[in-house]
Design a protein around this ligand. Sequence first.
Ligand code: OGA
Ligand code: CA
Ligand code: FE2
Length: 451
Amino acid sequence: MVNTLVMELLLFLIILSSGLSQTVPDITTNDINTDDLKLARLDPVAVGHEQTLQLKTGKTVTIKTAAVHPPLFEIENFLDDSECEHIKSIAEKKNKWKESVTLPKDSFRTGKEEGTHKLIDFQTADKNKDNFVDFLEFWYARPPVQNAMITIEDIPEFVQLYNYDVDGDEKLTKEEFDQIDVKLIYEWTYKKMELDMKKQGRISNQVWVTHESDQFLIELKERVASLTGLPLRLINAAEPMQVVHYGVGGHYHAHFDSETINKDRGCIHTRQIDGVEGHVPLDYKKYRLCRYATLMYYLADVDEGGETAFPIADNATTSEEVLFAGGYLGDLSNHCKDANLVVKPKKGKAVLWYNHKLNEDGWIGDKDVYSFHGGCDIIKGIKWIANHWLTVDTEKERQIRYMEFWEKSYGGVVPQPPVEQQQEGQQQQDEQQQEEEQQPGTDTLLHHEEL
Ligand code: OGA
Ligand code: CA
Ligand code: FE2
């Protein structure tokens, strides 16, 4: 297995170096033979399988398979104690924590949003055409509320509160359904979010850290390249590190770190080759996240709770419709224990998983729905993690051009962290997020961000 990785890596490097040694600013696909380019990926073999790997950086690690779908691995002591402390201190020093504000702003409550979202009509809501809208059908029919975690389990409360189910048979006739005032859905949801932090999609603080600003983080990239078998130049050109801090009650309901291929929206991490500056803010209308893999580090032990849950990892194959129906599996405040897999935080442990399947040509393919995951409530203590996202453009040529760009811009120099631009763009970003369509898990799918 390792041999194949090494072969792939070599092939990758040979092809890239032959194709990219000429420094052409507008390098086109014609200049490179990209046909044989493949992305390395660790083979999970089976749950519980352990492989020991001597990294090129000197460290020997044991990689333990925790799931096959998605391929998911735990690597204990990937970072040592002082390395964890070091990353935390960089984040503290940077001190640009961004709170994940998941309560809707006043402008959202009273603004155009209520007007723009209407409850869909009875015929459409009645999916199974039995002339009733049952509670699950009602859950689907609701307008999305940004960052809210409302599941099928909350619907009876709403229906009873406003006495919409007059005859109490837990399904709504057309007459009952047509009584529903969409404004009340918003009001009720906001109230729940205010009263109960579990109803908020995410409660955490995060800060972006540029690898190039720190010698250890630069070296860490080589460790990661050696672990994953991905070329160093790909790791180099990946996103900055995101350090996340959670207190008691903090959590991050289940979500996807990446998005499926969509020709209308390019990958965000390579956007600088279009002349668009910086890494944040994320413009969701134009761009999507393309995170081939997530490498997540636990920087501290958590006294109690704070597990990373994968509700449907290694689930027997069933339709997405069934898996996400009612949304409750993504509610990690109430259903952490129901997840198919929970990973326990442990200082220095790394968790690696692939958010995408591979295409037949060995390049990044569709999002892997089994990668659905999040962080459970912290019951006692605090939780520190760092996300090291391994980004790959679904368009091979763009990924190559971006690595070229990165090397020209940052190779050997210390780039300015892009995080300063956050504030300006934030309002625009919020507005865009509110317009996002409903996705499984949270009412508006949280990718990773609060960028
Ligand atoms: C994330 C994430 C899980 C955790 O930050 O994207 O999924 O355990 N975190 O904190
Ligand atoms: Ca029905
Ligand atoms: Fe995540």
